[in-house]
Design a protein. Structure first.
Length: 391
């Protein structure tokens, strides 16, 4: 089938945070929105049609978790990652962030330490702080255009931590961690009694030739000591369904988490959450491969444009996802000046890099999950603002 990722769709008036949230966040509506981590492409028709078919039965009663939901996940993980998962190891959660919050409550008490690696997806540390746990920051190192873990510091920082929240692949840096890196993390955490919680929501967006390694698969210590969260929401552009799941291989950890989930009735998914996952994983291979090729083209276009026309802003090429971290430090601007350059100068809405931790100061996060014509216009506007800055 042919998929048209160049189609420009007017998303205004659909209560989309990315569009209709411009006014509340920036006080204006004339910005090109390249911030929230959803895409401007149509949710694939096989998902939409599955939801339509369900609506033909005009009673929206309480749903059971269908066997097809488990089966579709098991088949997807096997075919995509050669990872064998059983139905008993799967637990539904209403989104990855909600799942992370449940893990924090299940495995820690107030005052306990939880480690994260900034710059990183901000709910990791905000959830921890808001639930009165202590955040331990163990920063990544930006080296030769990519982030890496500081393993020497990691060994020290992990001591006394009940949880380590891993972002794999990494957001906002786009790193796909190697098996060797993950094995070292797994063994250090196992030795210290620290449970690893791996957010792998961007796994399906891993770009060739890179290979995503589900954390429990890398070694025995990882399998015995981890909780993995996944969802088709990013890859198939359906985050509004709030449908995710976790995989827990270890029986003791799984039963402890399931006890919390059951006690709070948090595993009661909605009709469309189950239907959407089943449709995406059951029909999505070709669509996803075409999407990844288009995203790779957008990343190539972005990198080439900045090198030619905006050379003081360095593109950190993602190895996964449509999120691109821009290193703007050579501009020599304060963070508020940098944000003003993008918003007032270029009329663009990007994520302020500082939201991912102080290590994100001097950076901006760009979402290239949009038609190339939109990127072209956005970059021309940024080039004009950049050239005015340099005069």
């Amino acid at each position: 089938m042919k998929y048209n990722f160049d189609e420009i769709i007017d998303r205004r008036g659909a209560d989309a945070v990315k569009i209709d949230g411009l006014k509340s966040n920036w006080g204006r509506t004339d910005l090109i929105p390249l911030w929230v981590a959803d895409m401007d492409f149509r949710t694939p028709l096989f998902v939409i049609n599955a939801l339509r078919r369900r609506l033909e039965h005009e009673i929206l009663g309480y749903p059971m978790k269908p066997e097809s939901w488990c089966a579709s996940i098991i088949h997807w993980l096997s075919s995509r990652y050669d990872w064998n998962v059983s139905a008993r190891e799967l637990i539904f959660t209403p989104g990855v962030v909600a799942g992370l919050a449940m893990v924090i409550h299940s495995f820690t008490e107030k005052g306990d330490k939880v480690m994260v690696q900034p710059p990183v997806y901000h709910p990791f540390f905000l959830l921890t702080e808001h639930n009165h746990r202590e955040v331990v920051f163990s920063p990544l190192i930006l080296e030769n255009g990519q982030y890496r873990m500081d393993m020497e510091r990691f060994r020290e920082d992990i001591k006394g931590c009940k949880l380590f929240i891993l972002c794999s692949p990494h957001n906002p840096g786009g790193r796909v961690w190697t098996k060797e890196e993950l094995v070292e993390v797994a063994r250090i955490c196992y030795e210290n009694g620290t449970v690893v919680v791996s957010d792998e929501i961007h796994a399906d967006l891993t770009l060739p030739p890179y290979k995503h390694h589900p954390f429990p698969e890398v070694c025995e210590e990882a399998e015995k000591n981890s909780i993995v969260f996944m969802s088709p929401s990013k890859a198939f552009n359906m985050p509004g369904l709030f449908s995710a799941y976790c995989i827990i291989k270890d029986k003791e950890i799984r039963e402890k988490f399931r006890e919390y989930v059951t006690a709070n009735e948090s595993e009661q998914g909605n009709i469309f959450a189950f239907t959407g996952v089943t449709a995406a994983y059951g029909n999505g291979t070709e669509w996803l491969d075409r999407l990844l090729a288009y995203i790779q083209g957008n990343i190539d276009y972005t990198d080439d444009f900045f090198k030619k026309h905006i050379p003081l802003i360095k593109v950190i090429r993602p190895q996964a996802s449509y999120l691109v971290f821009l290193d703007c430090r050579e501009l020599g601007l304060l963070q508020n000046e940098l944000v003003r350059l993008f918003v007032e100068g270029a009329r663009l809405a990007l994520n302020d890099g500082a939201m991912f931790g102080k290590e994100g100061t001097g950076f901006m996060r760009l979402n290239v999950g949009t038609p190339r014509a939109v990127l072209r216009q956005a970059f021309l506007q940024l080039q004009t603002a950049y050239d005015s800055l340099k005069k």
